[in-house]
Ligand binder design. Structure first.
Ligand code: DGL
Length: 272
């Protein structure tokens, strides 16, 4: 492993691409190796044991690519397995919870912060605990939004789609009534619903995107450890999935704004 090695990024599916998009902007000279566990998504409805097992298999696969850092671009993994990964991995690790909580605490003006995520993320209270550690005065309102993951995985994300609007209203109503001025999109799938969520919550509510904050945090860690590459050519990311690549390629292509056909490789994650 050296400064020329890649950064390994993983998620339970394609939600982590919201983070990859930010990594490509923030660190264009870094090589990204992405793994999306499309064969086993969702993680957010599973037990701690299973999420831990999957998280370590995903990290072990990325380590076969000799990565210099591992990023869990998944709110669920970061919340449930983050501490164990940080302890056990031999390379720097970050999840999405800490960088995102840090920004939310700085952004809120009225001290009322909403957190939306999967059932596992909300059940772990990871964001709430972190936010209240950073500022014991903030009030945190949590809401699990499991159907958001299905909407995203199926591409039902348009702000004018009746189903999208209905589900957004159903999940976000209590946070709106509570008067939050900041909402953490605590699952990496959710930035794809950003417009629909913002339409419902209104302009005065700041949405904090975990991908953007995490990419900036990873850049800081690599800089501090002298691990940023000095090869200033723009790199093309590599993508791996655990189910057939076709569906992933079309949604990922739309999302990253590039033709992804025949660029994604299927692997057997159970081997790791
Ligand atoms: N991307 C995952 C997260 O950030 C959500 C999808 C899942 O449930 O696996 O929590």
């Amino acid at each position: 492993m050296s400064s020329q090695s890649a950064i390994g990024v993983f998620d339970s599916g394609l939600g982590g691409l919201s983070a990859v998009k930010e990594f490509l902007n923030v660190l264009p000279f870094e090589k990204i190796v992405y793994f999306g566990d499309t064969g086993r998504v969702p993680y957010g409805t599973r037990s701690r044991e299973i999420i831990n097992k999957y998280a370590f298999q995903d990290a072990r696969f990325l380590q076969t690519h000799n990565v210099k850092m591992i990023v869990a671009a998944c709110g669920t993994v970061s919340s449930v397995a983050g501490e164990a990964l940080r302890e056990k991995l031999s390379v720097p690790y970050t999840g999405v919870v800490n960088p995102t909580a840090y920004t939310a605490v700085r952004k809120t003006k009225n001290g009322k912060i909403g957190v939306i995520g999967t059932a596992a993320t909300v059940g772990s209270h990871s964001y709430k605990l972190r936010l209240q550690k950073l500022n014991p005065g903030v009030k945190v309102f949590e809401q699990a939004c499991p159907l958001f993951v299905s909407l995203v995985e199926n591409g039902i994300i348009h702000r004018d789609d009746q189903i999208t609007r209905l589900v957004v209203r159903r999940y976000m109503a209590e946070l709106k009534d509570a008067g939050v001025d900041t909402v953490i999109l605590g699952c990496t799938h959710f930035p794809l619903l950003r417009e629909a969520i913002s339409d419902y919550m209104g302009e005065g509510v700041t949405l904090v995107d975990s991908g953007y904050e995490t990419a900036n945090y990873a850049a800081k860690v690599l800089r501090e450890q002298n691990l940023l590459t000095d090869d200033e050519t723009v790199k093309t990311p590599s993508f791996f999935v655990s189910d057939t690549p076709e569906g992933f390629e079309s949604v990922a292509g739309l999302f990253l704004g590039r033709d992804m056909e025949h660029t994604v490789t299927q692997i057997d994650i159970e081997q790791y």
